[in-house]
Design a binder for this molecule. Structure first.
Ligand code: E4P
Length: 280
């Protein structure tokens, strides 16, 4: 499974790229806002154009960076997707355009298929597209049929929706079992969202459907909240998981590893350490 960093924070990106295991980066308007606020707080001036170019250069060729459009109609999304691609892909040739699969808002405004049409039109122009805000396998299938190169199922947000149904309290980073959770009143009935048991279940089903029909579209498990969920996504066969910086850090840590480091350091024999000091 490839690993993307889900961040628009330049310092996080620099650090994660230096760790050599990052295959790409995903951003969204909320992540850009977070990065801009952090810059403003530290008194830095914001030049969005220059900032994005720095991100792209830092990530480098062959590692895709997703940049999201802001418009809600097909025409706006296509126009903005082209602006982003024309402006930024020339930096290191690694831009993918993120298009929401459906832009209907909570007031019901919008055309349900504008996202799909925008994906199709950009894909026809050979612009790589990452279809985002995927909450069902059928949305993923439609996006792939329209020509998306990537689909991004929002695993963590599916889990949030299931937990919200139960009224249970939870922290954003809490683990949600891939197999789902049962209704308190019955051990037979799982609480689901659109008949999905969990965000990982969503990822697994998309992977399965794409495999049955040999769909050439990569599945990016997104909205990942902790290291165990990243593991579950790997087991589910996701092509890629995009993880926040804190999740990436936690993926390499374990108390057993830490205790082992203490023990090995305490047990070092002088004759053994001499091997490394050049002393005979
Ligand atoms: C993916 O591309 C999105 O940027 C992201 O994973 C959303 O995660 P969140 O649900 O934690 O905001």
């Amino acid at each position: 499974m490839k690993l993307f960093l889900d961040s628009a924070h330049l310092q996080e990106i620099k650090k994660a790229v230096s760790w050599v295991i990052i295959d790409g980066v995903t951003t969204n308007p909320s992540l850009i806002k977070k990065a801009v606020l952090a810059m403003r707080e530290s008194g830095e001036r914001i030049d969005m154009d220059g900032y994005i170019k720095k991100i792209l250069a830092e990530v480098g060729r062959m590692r895709p960076v997703s940049l999201e459009v802001a418009g809600l109609t097909a025409d706006e999304m296509v126009e903005q997707g082209k602006i982003l691609y024309d402006k930024f892909d020339q930096v290191t040739g690694n831009v993918a355009i993120k298009i929401p699969v459906c832009t209907v808002n909570t007031s019901g405004e919008g055309d349900p298929f504008d996202g799909i049409m925008a994906i199709n039109r950009l894909s026809d122009e050979k612009i790589p597209v990452n279809a985002t805000l995927i909450f069902t396998p059928e949305q993923a299938l439609l996006a792939a049929k329209a020509g998306a190169d990537y689909v991004s199922p929002f695993a963590g947000r599916v889990d949030d929706r299931i937990r919200q149904k139960t009224g249970m309290k939870f922290e954003k980073t809490d683990y949600f079992p891939a197999t789902g959770i049962f209704d308190e009143s019955s051990t037979d009935s799982l609480i689901t969202d659109h008949e999905l048991n969990s965000g990982v279940d969503l990822v697994a089903r998309i992977v399965e459907i794409f495999s049955i029909y040999e769909v050439e579209c990569e599945v990016i498990a997104a909205s990942i909240r902790n290291a165990t969920q990243a593991r579950d996504c790997a087991e589910a066969g996701a092509d890629i998981a995009t993880v926040p910086f804190s999740v990436l850090e936690s993926m390499v840590m374990h108390p057993g590893t830490r205790d082992g480091i203490d023990a090995f350091t305490n047990d070092l024999e002088n004759d053994y350490t001499a091997l490394f000091s050049g002393e005979v």
